[in-house]
Design a protein around this ligand. Structure first.
Ligand SMILES: [Zn+2]
Length: 251
């Protein structure tokens, strides 16, 4: 039986490779193979149609800003097709309007993907607001946070991506209304035919609805007037008891 040893050097640039979470990474920032992969991922994330590996190779790109410096003529010369060039130029132009939550995961930052970016951009509006504190507040894990901060410090700012890339670097705020309170519905209702309908109306008025009396609950709906164990618990916790949903939501 022969033992298979992991490579010690990157097959593309001969740079040293290191294990991160059981995967081998080449840490040479100029590695051409890495740039190919990074740009491929970038194109996919920003939905730039036609920016596949073959095209990236032909365009001779080895950094993100180069993509945005290309003229239609450059693309046409390198790809040998005017039609492809005009299509790709349109796609590249379109990608400039992406928001920060879409943009961040396109930079191949280890462990920092779309869901992390989404979570973070609910807490921040611009790239400048990225910090250990804002990441922690957004619930991003320490490793992903460290990777993101390292990327800012060692890649983003040194390469002047803030001025060399055409993005606004601002997050689109998802219209998420502040919740007024958290409501638990208990027992029979008079105001609405079903719990589902009541929950829908409450949510439209800015309340979160829980199926059980959790610690976050600020209101308990009890339209039946029956002094249940749940109602008693709510009273003990200082939860507001509501006897008519319509009064609560002001309808
Ligand atoms: Zn390499």
């Amino acid at each position: 039986m022969s033992q298979i040893l992991p490579p010690t050097a990157c097959p593309s640039c001969q740079g040293t490779v290191e294990f991160v979470n059981d995967l081998l990474y080449c840490f040479n920032k100029m590695c051409p193979a890495q740039w190919g992969k990074k740009l491929e991922h970038f194109g996919k994330s920003l939905k730039i149609k036609g920016l596949g590996p073959a095209t990236i190779g032909k365009l001779e790109l080895d950094d993100y800003p180069e993509l945005y410096e290309l003229t239609v003529q450059d693309i046409s010369n390198r790809l040998g097709s005017e039609k492809m060039a005009s299509k790709l130029a349109t796609e590249i132009e379109k990608s400039k309007s992406v928001d920060l939550q879409t943009l961040l995961p396109s930079f191949s930052i280890p462990l920092f993907g779309r869901s992390a970016s989404q979570k973070l951009c609910e807490k921040i509006s611009t790239l400048e607001e990225i910090s250990e504190k804002s990441c922690t507040e957004a619930g991003i894990g320490p490793k992903a946070t460290a990777n993101l901060l390292t990327w800012l410090e060692e890649e983003f700012y040194p390469n002047e991506y803030d001025t060399n890339l055409p993005f606004s670097f601002s997050a689109t705020k998802t219209v998420k209304r502040e919740t007024i309170g958290t409501v638990c519905i208990s027992g029979r209702l008079n105001s609405y035919p079903t719990k589902a309908r009541a929950a829908e109306a409450l949510e439209q008025h800015g309340f979160a609805v829980k199926n059980s009396l959790t610690k976050e609950c600020t209101h308990l709906i009890n339209e039946s007037g029956i002094e249940s164990a749940k109602t008693q618990t709510a009273r003990d916790r200082g939860v507001i008891i509501i006897t008519n949903i319509l009064e609560l939501i002001g309808e």
